[in-house]
Each structure stands twice: as structure tokens, then as C-alpha cells.
Design a protein around this ligand. Structure first.
Ligand code: DON
Length: 613
């Protein structure tokens, strides 16, 4: 196939210009008129192309593609193939073996320089021709045809579609490629190239003649940017460590005798080719493919280099660029003195939490946590005081807001959790989605809310303020009755009737049931709807009522028993009797229920934790 004919798979340029396509179009328009540079002519076929061709493409790690100009025009990859074949040699032999055969030092010389280590004949790096010829010879395969087929398959996997070879360009280089042949003979003579020269050269010229478009090259680059996983096909093409090693060599050696200035000005791992192609990678962000045949004196595409410089500056892509501060990794740090769970508690429990809540520390973590962010968390955790001898302390780690936890950060956090344990601190992790995140945590619960409730219960238990699950609060000791005078207490005691509920039973579900004074067990309130969210819970000594409407128009939450229990139920008929016969008692009762300082009553008092989010 002659260069310059669009492939059937090529994607036509988008009509609607989103901001990224618009930027590429603008770049294309501003550089298209620069006709400086010359076509490579030492491979005669390459001098046949239209020098006006200019394509730009960008592929994201979600597999989206943006392009401008001749991004669908195929060209032979030439040296752009080298980093990808290096990846294959690394996969076949491992880094140490490959390094022993091909160095990784920038030669600072032209791509076709005789850059061999004196004595051993080891080429300086895999990006110059000598190093690339040797790298290609390392690829496993039963004979040259099989080796080339493996190379073609791997480069196709990088591109996400089968790549063909341009027979004419291959034949053209085979005819005129004596300099490369000479390099191979030198390496063969020095003992660094261990296979037949013609075989090595044949496979190398074939890989250089593989056809791809700028859009393909962008996907190949995005695969490296994505740790070796092709973002379009989702196939794992190479391992993450191979992708890293390839990018490192591209960064230091990819642009030959322009490598240093390229890193200074553009700051991206890249590789150019004599047909005018250029692959550049923004690690963890996206891949760039560029194509424009006229070359500068160093054999790099004039327009592709200029476009890379503008792109890197406009999108702030330089590897050494400091990304600026992100949101703090610790979204909230405090203790149970100021932050309470959504559990409504009787006065005695609230008093204990008020006095001793400082023994429960809280840390809410958020964002992308790598080494530096983990170090910040470690600092914060080291400030948690040790438990006093014979007593306990608790730490709630809310990890729900973490968007990504790097494995190294996970190990650092778990080591810190282990260390907290040695200081007598019980670590409770709250997050239903990330089970087993911190193996040394004492307890894992489905939400930070439940983690805090669990710690509060443990603290209350330590201070003898927690009712045993089976114990029942006498009605007269309920906070509502304890706050009333003798007459009101007698009237209300007579008005409520005993009520028993089972686990998972809906409570106060009927209009006839107005108020429940909880004496044992536990209720929880959930939002109504498809994705029920737990709003909070209520324990003995608190109350639930359906009379108080939620003032923000939300549907009444659903009340469900989490633990079986008993209560005193006020029914509508009794309420109406109280209205008629004891209006003063009823008024006092509602005032009491409305005052969250005196009595915990759902839905009158909103949970502290719930309202914080
Ligand atoms: O080996 C050669 O000379 C060509 N097949 C490839 C060289 C190349 O692309 C150098 N890059 N700028």
C-alpha cells in the first residue's frame, strides 16, 4: 500500500468541535503553513509522500479520541516502532537480560550513529538504530517470520487494530539500508548481535514499514500512558512495569540528539520517526500521535515537534510540572465530643459521650492517596494519643471518600493501623465497598456512621452506661417520663400501651400509631425509595413519632427494628383523649419532644453525622 491513502478503519474528522478538537484544529491551522524541513530520502519511497500532510490525534485513558487534519492517513512507523518492540523484548527476556544486551544511556547522537560501547559492542540505547536492530533480534520467535509476526501482533494490540506492512517502503529500505546493515555487522563482529545480520535487518526493516495513522499512534501512546492497558480494547498489552520502563527510555533517549532540549521544553516521553511520525505520552493522562513528513536536521518532524511544544505548554503536560495542591486528604478530623453518630441516645448515654467522647477519634479520608498523601495521614494518626493503661481508645477511619488508594499507600496505612493497635487503639473502618482494605483494622463496618455508632457503644459499655441487649428500661426511667412532673408522668404512663417489635419489623407504619417510647432494642430510620439510605438509629430512652412532619418536604423515613425490643406506644385514640382531658400534659410532652437537649426524638432531632454530609 502506498503511503497517503486512508485506511477503511480510519475515523473521519469530527464536524462538531469540542474544546479539545478545536484546540487541535487551531494548532493544525497555525502550523500547516510552515513548510520548512525536508523529506527523508535515504529510503527513496519516503520521498514520494505529500509534504503538506499533517495529522494530530489525542487518545484519552477512557478510550476517547480527538483528531485534526490528516490523522486518518497511514504512514510507516519507522522509528516510532522502536519503543513498542523494546516493550516486547522486555516482556520476553526481562529488564536485566535486555539491559545486559542494550544500554539505556542517551547517546546524544544522531539516530543512525555508530553508538556502540567500546569492546562489548553493546549499543547505547534501544532508540537509536543500532540499539533497535539488536532489540528486534532479542524478540523470541522461531525464525525471522515468526519474530516479525509477534512484533506485528504486539504493535497491533497497542493500536487496537491489525496493522499492515507497506511492502514498497520495506523493499525500498532493504535496497538502500546499507548503513543499518553496516551497524549490524559491527555488532555481529563485536559479539553483541548474536543472530544472522540479514535476518536481523529483515525483521527490523519490516517493523519500520508497519503502517499506522496518527489516530492509531495516539492509542498506542495512550496504552503506555494507561500502564499497558489499551484504553479502547481494554486488553492488557504489556505489564505496568514494562510500560514504565519503555516510557523512561523514551523520555531520556527518544529524540536522539534533541533528547535533552526536548525534555527541557516539552517534558514528555516521546519517539519520532523519519517518515514524520511522532508518539508522545502524558503518563496517566493521554497519548498523542502526530504526523507530518518534513524533517528537521535531526530527523524529527518539524510540525510534529512544534505542535508538541504548543500542546505541552497549553495543556501543562511537562513531566516536571507541579500539579498544584489538591483537596486535603483528611477531610475531617475530630472526636466524638463534637461529632456524634446518628444514634439517638438517652440522656445518661449522652452525658457519658459528652464527658468521654474524646476517647473516640475520627479521621475522614478523601481523594487519591499515594505516598505523599499517606504520609500526611500517618502524621495525623501518630497524633492520636495512646490508650491509658487499663482503658481503651477508639479510632474511626472513614475511608468512603477515597477515590484511589495506591498499593504502597494501603501498605503504609495498614502499618499505621497495626501500630495504633500496639498503643491500645481499636481501629474501626467504615466503608461497605472496600472490604479488606486495611487487614489490621479491628472491625470493618458498612459505613462510617455505623463505625462511629459501634465505637460509641463500646465506650458506653466501658463506662457501664450501655443497656445490655436483653435489658429493658423501666418506663418511669425513660427520658420523656423522667422529665415530666408526677401528674404528667402518671397521665402519660396510663395512656401508653406495651408494644413489642421483632427484628426487621417496620415500626409506626400505621396512622393509628403516634409515638413510641423505646425501652429496649434498636430502631433505624431509612430513606424511602429504591436506594434506601440509613439516616440514623434510636436506642432505649429515646422516642420516635410520626406526628412531626419533615419540614423540607422529604418523604417520611421508614422506621425498621434493627434489634428486637419493647416500648410504650401512644395510639391516636389515646392522643385524642389526652387532647380533650389533659391538654397541659400534652403541650408539655410536645415541648419536651421538640427539645433535642432534653429528649432524643426522631424525627425532631437530626443526626449530627448525617447532617454533616
Ligand atoms: O532505520 C532507519 O533508518 C529507519 N527505518 C528508521 C529511522 C528513523 O525513523 C529515525 N527516526 N527519526
Amino acid at each position: 500500500m502506498r503511503e497517503g491513502k486512508p485506511t477503511p478503519e480510519a475515523v473521519p474528522m469530527e464536524e462538531t468541535a469540542d474544546p479539545i478538537t478545536a484546540a487541535l484544529n487551531e494548532l493544525h491551522a497555525s502550523l500547516a503553513s510552515d513548510s520548512s524541513g525536508t523529506l527523508a530520502s535515504y529510503i527513496p519511497q519516503l520521498a514520494e509522500v505529500d509534504p503538506g500532510q499533517f495529522g494530530l490525534a489525542l487518545a484519552t485513558l477512557d478510550g476517547r479520541r480527538y483528531q485534526a487534519g490528516d490523522a486518518a492517513v497511514p504512514f510507516t512507523l519507522q522509528s516510532v516502532s522502536k519503543p513498542f518492540v523494546y516493550a516486547l523484548a522486555l516482556a520476553d527476556l526481562g529488564l536485566e537480560e535486555v539491559l545486559s544486551r542494550v544500554g539505556a544511556e542517551p547517546s546524544g547522537e544522531a539516530f543512525n550513529a555508530i553508538s556502540l560501547e567500546p569492546g562489548s559492542g553493546r549499543p547505547s540505547n534501544p532508540m537509536v538504530n543500532a540499539g533497535a536492530i539488536l532489540t528486534t533480534s532479542l524478540v523470541r520467535g522461531d525464525g525471522p517470520a515468526a519474530r516479525f509476526e509477534r512484533i506485528r501482533e504486539l504493535l497491533s494490540a497497542f493500536a487496537g487494530r491489525p496493522l499492515d506492512m507497506d511492502e514498497k517502503v520495506f523493499a525500498s529500505e532493504l535496497e538502500t539500508g546499507d548503513r543499518n546493515r553496516a551497524l549490524a555487522y559491527l555488532m555481529r563482529n563485536a559479539g553483541s548481535l548474536r543472530c544472522d545480520v540479514d535476518e536481523a535487518i529483515d525483521v527490523y526493516f519490516r517493523q519500520c514499514a508497519l503502517l499506522a495513522t496518527a489516530a492509531d499512534v495516539a492509542v498506542m501512546a495512550a496504552t503506555l500512558a494507561n500502564g499497558g492497558i489499551n484504553p479502547c480494547t481494554k486488553a492488557t498489552v504489556v505489564s505496568q512495569s514494562i510500560a514504565e520502563h519503555v516510557l523512561a527510555v523514551m523520555a531520556s533517549c527518544g529524540m536522539y540528539d534533541y533528547a535533552g532540549e526536548w525534555l527541557l521544553r516539552v517534558g514528555l516521553p516521546a519517539k519520532s520517526g523519519v517518515s514524520g511520525g511522532l508518539v508522545a505520552v502524558s503518563p496517566g493522562q493521554f497519548g498523542i500521535g502526530l504526523f507530518s513528513p518534513p524533517l528537521d536536521a535531526r530527523g524529527n518532524s518539524v510540525r510534529a515537534v512544534a505542535a508538541s511544544r504548543v500542546l505541552a505548554e497549553r495543556f501543562q503536560l511537562h513531566l516536571m510540572h507541579h500539579p498544584g495542591r489538591s483537596a486535603p486528604v483528611i477531610a475531617h478530623a475530630g472526636s466524638a465530643v463534637t461529632t456524634r453518630s446518628g444514634r439517638l441516645r438517652r440522656r445518661k448515654e449522652r452525658d457519658v459521650l459528652h464527658a468521654h467522647g474524646g476517647d473516640i477519634d475520627l479521621r475522614s479520608l478523601q481523594g487519591d492517596i499515594e505516598f505523599a498523601a499517606a504520609e500526611v495521614i500517618l502524621q495525623s494518626l501518630s497524633a492520636v494519643p495512646a490508650a491509658r493503661p487499663g482503658s481503651a481508645r477508639w479510632l474511626v477511619l472513614d475511608v468512603q471518600g477515597i477515590s484511589r488508594l495506591h498499593p504502597v499507600a494501603a501498605r503504609m496505612l495498614d502499618a499505621a493501623v497495626l501500630e495504633l493497635g500496639t498503643r491500645g487503639i481499636v481501629v474501626v473502618v467504615g466503608d461497605g465497598h472496600r472490604r479488606g482494605l486495611l487487614p489490621h483494622a479491628t472491625v470493618e463496618l458498612p459505613s462510617p456512621e455505623e463505625a462511629l455508632e459501634w465505637c460509641e457503644d463500646a465506650l458506653l459499655d466501658r463506662h457501664g452506661a450501655l443497656l445490655a441487649p436483653a435489658a429493658e428500661l423501666p418506663l418511669r426511667d425513660h427520658d420523656v417520663l423522667a422529665a415530666l412532673d408526677d401528674e404528667a408522668r402518671a397521665v402519660l404512663s396510663a395512656a401508653v400501651s406495651p408494644y413489642t417489635y421483632q427484628r426487621e419489623e417496620r415500626v409506626l407504619a400505621s396512622d393509628d400509631e403516634v409515638l413510641l417510647l423505646i425501652l429496649s432494642g434498636r430502631l433505624a430510620a431509612y430513606t424511602q425509595g429504591a436506594t434506601a439510605r440509613r439516616l440514623g438509629s434510636m436506642g432505649p430512652g429515646t422516642a420516635v413519632t410520626r406526628l412531626q412532619p419533615l419540614d423540607d418536604g422529604r418523604a417520611q423515613p421508614m422506621l425498621v427494628a434493627e434489634l428486637p425490643g419493647e416500648g410504650g406506644l401512644l395510639r391516636r385514640a389515646q392522643l385524642e383523649r389526652l387532647e380533650r382531658e389533659h391538654p397541659r400534659v400534652l403541650a408539655r410532652l410536645w415541648r419536651l419532644l421538640a427539645s433535642s437537649r432534653e429528649v432524643g426524638c426522631w424525627p425532631v432531632a437530626a443526626p449530627a453525622w448525617g447532617s454533616r454530609r
